[in-house]
Design a protein around this ligand. Structure first.
Ligand SMILES: CCC(=O)SCCNC(=O)CCNC(=O)[C@H](O)C(C)(C)COP(=O)(O)OP(=O)(O)OC[C@H]1O[C@@H](n2cnc3c(N)ncnc32)[C@H](O)[C@@H]1OP(=O)(O)O
Ligand SMILES: O=CC(=O)O
Ligand SMILES: [Mg+2]
Length: 325
């Protein structure tokens, strides 16, 4: 698995010329540029989106920024042409195919073989990876088999909008919380009861993180649809980050900075993690730092944070200075 920074997977609708024109600037601002061919692209613009993606892939140099596409789902009339045309034209530039509505390992096996055939035919040297969207009830049930389905598996993203529909959840929101999903406290002496809002996505994110990490894959939170509520977006992203996710989707330029802030570790946390590593050079034993017990397990926690800070620093010189690398 290539080690790459993927704090935000930035969605671009490639059928729109004005959006394609923003790609050279985006390459310097985001970690991944994704050309979206699936939902949000009108049915009569599917081939324009595919051609637009091929054009933007040809016209830009991406350097360390990832180039991904989200193809249409397997049972659509567009999937086969999406994969065939894109891999045969710009397969050498493509890092990852995001596959929506994955239900089980069989979906991954099919794409895996198709990519292998096209790579062999085109003489491509670098394998194209697969990223699954976890967005159906059946997919969640089969998440471990999906994670284990192929060495091409890069990771997974939670797709809260399709998942809500698939499960029959009663919400029209794209990710985030819901005011009615709450636990009511007992009444106090004056009869006041407080509703504590809960995280609708906690169970699925936890299940996805465990499936991904058991097979060496990367877990991601997906879309947050209310662009007018950056605070709620940040909170949803942060919950995902704390639970193990490495990034989230940005659908609008305003979400790029939110993802960058959340998925780059907090400088104070990095400083504390470095103290732990310095205090336990061989990673064993027990020491006290600022009144807190540290041992082999917290050394490993600290290593996760310091490794991520180092990866962020390799791309972001400003943060490298803040972290002191
Ligand atoms: C729900 C489940 C899912 O499948 S989520 C994934 C599918 N949805 C998407 O991919 C949506 C991606 N986003 C978009 O297409 C646009 O952001 C939509 C939603 C249409 C809103 O665009 P618009 O009405 O132009 O917003 P705006 O006026 O606030 O834009 C301000 C400036 O930013 C630009 N912008 C907007 N979105 C993007 C984007 N994704 N990437 C790059 N640039 C973007 C706009 O063009 C606009 O630019 P300018 O200031 O006019 O030059
Ligand atoms: O594709 C994403 C989703 O939330 O649905
Ligand atoms: Mg979806």
């Amino acid at each position: 698995m290539p080690i790459s920074l993927e704090r935000m997977i930035h969605f671009v609708p490639p059928n729109i010329e004005k959006m394609r024109a923003k790609v050279p600037d985006l390459v310097n601002k985001v970690d991944v540029v994704l050309g979206n061919l699936e939902d949000a692209i009108p049915a009569d613009a599917k081939s324009d989106a595919r051609n637009g993606f091929i054009q933007l892939a040809r016209e830009n140099e991406f350097g360390s920024t990832g180039l991904w596409t989200r193809v249409n789902c397997l049972n659509s009339p567009w999937f086969l042409d999406d994969v065939m045309e894109i891999v045969q034209t710009v397969g050498d530039k493509l890092d990852v195919v995001m596959l929506p509505k994955v239900e089980g390992a069989w979906d991954i096996h099919y794409l895996d073989q198709l990519l292998a055939q096209l790579e062999a035919k085109g003489g491509l040297g670098k394998p194209i990876l697969i990223h699954a969207i976890l967005e159906t009830a059946e997919g969640v049930k089969n998440v471990e088999q999906i994670a284990a389905a192929s060495p091409r598996m890069h990771g997974m993203s939670l797709g809260p909008a399709d998942l809500a529909a698939s499960r029959g959840m009663k919400t029209t929101r794209v990710g985030g919380g819901h005011p009615d999903y709450a636990v009511l406290s007992d009444s106090d002496n004056s009869g006041v009861r407080t509703a504590f809002q809960q995280d609708l996505w906690h169970y699925t994110v936890g299940k996805m993180v465990d499936a991904c990490l058991s097979y060496g894959l990367k877990p991601f939170y997906g879309p947050f649809g209310d662009f007018s509520d950056p605070q709620a977006c940040e909170s949803q992203f942060r919950n995902a980050f704390l639970m193990g996710c490495l990034g989230a989707w940005s659908l609008h330029p305003s979400q790029i900075e939110i993802a960058k802030k959340v998925f780059s570790p907090d400088p104070a946390e990095v400083a504390f993690a470095r103290k732990i590593l310095d205090a336990m050079p061989d990673g064993t034993g027990a020491v006290m730092i600022d009144g807190k017990m540290q041992d082999d397990a917290t050394w490993k926690q600290a290593k996760v944070i310091v490794d991520l800070a180092q990866l962020v620093s390799s791309k972001d010189k400003e943060l490298a200075e803040v972290y002191g690398f």
